[in-house]
Design a binder for this molecule. Structure first.
Ligand code: ADP
Length: 452
């Protein structure tokens, strides 16, 4: 086992990792940018090192500074969290060559799965169904036209190096293709430094279903029950739940088996998530693999009673998966992502938290780095807390979550809590009747109503 872990991240996920590391008896090192000097993760880790100014490119993405911090503090492993360098195979490789364990899969697997177009090809070989689409990156507009004609409109253009819902364009008619193709290329280049695009059939009324998987270096793997992440805005998840109200036991087993087979095929070692679109006929199509811990991992932890980050750290040290007695989901769990933003305009709302009351009680878990008096810097993601609830049934967990949100007070900044309450009170949501367009449609309807 390691003796000291450096956490190359900030915010709630840095704290989350510190907790599991401490429980395992490991020392922790926090790294931080200048505006994060008073962040909770710097106070709760055993050591802290400043790695640069506010700009992520000069701090949380600054590989030389992070490695120097690891060397100075004699950390023997680095946990990347999510975002920043978490899916950067070059970083993983540099860690390995510096004799520091990168807590995640091998750089080789990361580089295959990080290129969405290559990942599709590889998963096809692993017999995982993928959405109909281009097998290679689209060379030019003529190639795009040919591919779209073959797979039929509507189609979706995606950045090969994409993530976070950026660089995606839905194209419904041939006349719109040329314009959308240039915009998507431009966005992909601006956001990821790589203009490569690929194309998929756009699946209407789909649901986003994902499978958490964990596999050790001895070939033991576990695929957990699905997380339903269809409540999205701008292709970004807002609420997640497990189990999905839409997936039956037979489909659940089928997807889990396909994922376990795919992980063995690529010899995936570590924690990861396979994302799928599921159509109304319950056909599932592979979208991508996230080779890291995900924001929404707590809901799986809540229904399985497992600490996924503890397992991820243990596996990186070469240990075997913990034997799990009676492996099954218990109850229903929901997560609401609380962002510092206006609930109607979605404009970020950084600033000082003047007063803070967080919810609690049976079945409530809050993962956050927020505290009263903390000044949220404008430089990073607006996620400030994850409220997670678990209860025996879906109905009870919705009631529990709504109550928790109503009992939360955050003064000084705006948050999207009203949006969450709005969704949880919706009768279709309550019935489990929703797909990936649900939230955008709901918002559109409400805007129209306000205008009239
Ligand atoms: P990112 O890595 O940027 O998050 P994903 O490939 O995971 O991108 O897709 C994000 C979301 O975009 C999905 O959850 C889904 O809502 C939507 N999406 C992606 N591909 C398709 C598709 N082929 N058809 C319909 N919706 C899609």
């Amino acid at each position: 086992m390691f003796s000291k872990i450096l956490i190359a991240n900030r915010g709630e996920i840095a704290l989350r990792i510190i907790r599991s590391a401490k429980e395992l008896g490991l020392k922790t090192v926090a790294v931080y940018s200048e505006p994060d000097r008073n962040s909770l993760h710097t106070m709760l880790a055993d050591e802290k090192v400043c790695i640069g100014p506010a700009k992520a490119a000069e701090s949380y993405l600054n590989i030389p500074n992070i490695l120097s911090a690891a060397e100075i503090t004699k950390a023997d492993a680095i946990h990347p969290g999510y975002g920043f360098l978490a899916e950067n195979p070059r970083f993983a490789e540099i860690c390995e060559t510096s004799g520091i364990t990168f807590i995640g899969p091998s750089a080789e697997v990361m580089s295959i799965m990080g290129d969405k177009s290559r990942a599709r090809q590889e998963m096809k070989k692993a017999k995982l169904p993928v959405t109909p689409g281009s097998d290679e990156v689209i060379a030019d507009i003529d190639d795009a036209k040919k591919t779209a004609k073959k797979i039929k409109y509507p189609v979706i253009l995606k950045a090969a190096s994409g993530g976070g819902g950026k660089g995606m364009r839905i194209v419904r008619t041939p006349s719109a293709l040329e314009g959308q193709f240039s915009i998507a290329q431009y966005e992909a280049k601006a956001a990821f430094g790589d203009p490569s695009l690929y194309m998929e059939k756009y699946i209407e009324s789909a649901r986003h279903i994902e499978i958490q998987v964990i596999r050790d270096s001895h070939g033991n793997s576990l695929a957990f029950g699905e997380r339903e992440c269809s409540i999205q805005r701008k292709h970004q998840k807002v609420i997640e739940e497990t189990p999905s109200p839409f997936i039956d036991e037979k489909t659940r087993r089928r997807i889990a088996k396909a994922v376990e087979d795919a992980t063995s095929f690529i010899d995936y070692q570590s924690l990861g998530t396979f994302e799928f679109l599921v159509d109304d006929q319950k056909n599932f199509y592979f979208m991508e693999t996230n080779t890291r811990v995900q924001v929404e991992h707590p809901i799986t932890e809540m229904v399985y009673g497992i600490d996924l980050i503890r397992e991820q750290i243990r596996l990186a040290a070469g240990e075997r998966l913990s034997p799990i007695h009676d492996f099954r989901m218990r109850g229903h769990s929901l997560e609401c992502r609380i962002n510092a933003e206006d609930a109607e305009t979605f404009i970020p709302s950084p600033g000082k938290i003047e007063f803070l009351v967080l919810p609690g009680g049976q079945g409530i878990r809050v993962d956050t780095a927020a505290y009263q008096g903390w000044v949220i810097p404008p430089d990073y993601d607006s996620l400030i807390a994850k409220i997670v609830a678990v209860a025996p049934t879906r109905r009870e967990v919705i009631d529990k979550m709504r109550t928790a949100l109503e009992m939360t007070t955050i003064v000084g900044i705006k948050t999207n809590i009203p949006l969450h309450i709005n969704i949880l009170s919706n009768s279709d949501f309550k019935k489990g009747r929703y797909d990936i367009q649900f939230l955008e449609n709901l918002l559109e309807k409400q805007v129209k109503k306000r205008r009239t």
